[in-house]
Design a binder for this molecule. Structure first.
Ligand code: FE2
Ligand code: FE2
Length: 175
C-alpha cells in the first residue's frame, strides 16, 4: 500500500508530542475512574460507582476530542497503550482524594501545553485548548465538592451512605 504522507502538519513537533501525551493522560484518567467505579460498586457505594462511570465516559470524550484535533491538523495521532491501571484503593474517602489529585494534575498538564503554545504563538491550538481549561474548572469544582461531602456529612453512622447518595447530585453552574 502506498504511504500517503501529509503535505504539512500544522503543529510543531513539540505541540504534537504534548497533545499525544495528553491523549494518553485522558485515557489513563478514564481507566482510573472505571477502576474507582468498580471498587465503589463492590463496596456497596452504588451512587459513587455511577458517578465514576460518568467521569470515565467524559475522559474518553476528552481523549477523542484531542485525538480528532491531531488528525484535523495533519498530525500523527497515536492510540495510547494503557497499562498498570490501579485496582486497589485504601478506602472510600481515599478514592475521592485521588480523583481530585488527578484533576489537579490534568489541569496543570493543560496549562503546560497552553504555555508552550503561547511561546510558539500557536493561537489556533490555544483557541482549541480553551475548551479544556474551562472544562477543568468544572471538573476540579466537582471533585472538590465531592471530597467536601466527607467533611460536611462525616463518615460515622450512616454518613458514608449519605455521602454516596449525594455525590451524583453535585452540579456546576457558572452563575
Ligand atoms: Fe479530562
Ligand atoms: Fe477530568
Amino acid at each position: 500500500m502506498k504511504d500517503l504522507m501529509r503535505i504539512k502538519c500544522l503543529l510543531s513537533q513539540e505541540v504534537e508530542t504534548l497533545l499525544n501525551q495528553q491523549v494518553k493522560k485522558e485515557a489513563q484518567s478514564s481507566s482510573l475512574y472505571l477502576s474507582m467505579a468498580s471498587w465503589c460498586n463492590q463496596n456497596g457505594f452504588d451512587g459513587s460507582a455511577d458517578y465514576f462511570m460518568l467521569q470515565a465516559e467524559e475522559e474518553r470524550t476528552h481523549q477523542l476530542k484531542l485525538f480528532k484535533y491531531l488528525l484535523d491538523m495533519g498530525a500523527n495521532a497515536i492510540s495510547p497503550e494503557i497499562t498498570n491501571v490501579k485496582t486497589e484503593f485504601a478506602g472510600f474517602r481515599d478514592i475521592f482524594e485521588e480523583a481530585l489529585e488527578q484533576e489537579i494534575a490534568i489541569t496543570q498538564s493543560f496549562k503546560n501545553i497552553v504555555g508552550k503554545c503561547h511561546k510558539e504563538m500557536d493561537f489556533v491550538t490555544i483557541e482549541f485548548l480553551n475548551w479544556f481549561l474551562k472544562e477543568q474548572r468544572e471538573e476540579e469544582y466537582k471533585a472538590r465538592r465531592a471530597l467536601e461531602l466527607f467533611e460536611v456529612i462525616g463518615e460515622e453512622g450512616t454518613g458514608r451512605w449519605q455521602i454516596d447518595k449525594n455525590v451524583g447530585k453535585i452540579t456546576y453552574s457558572e452563575i
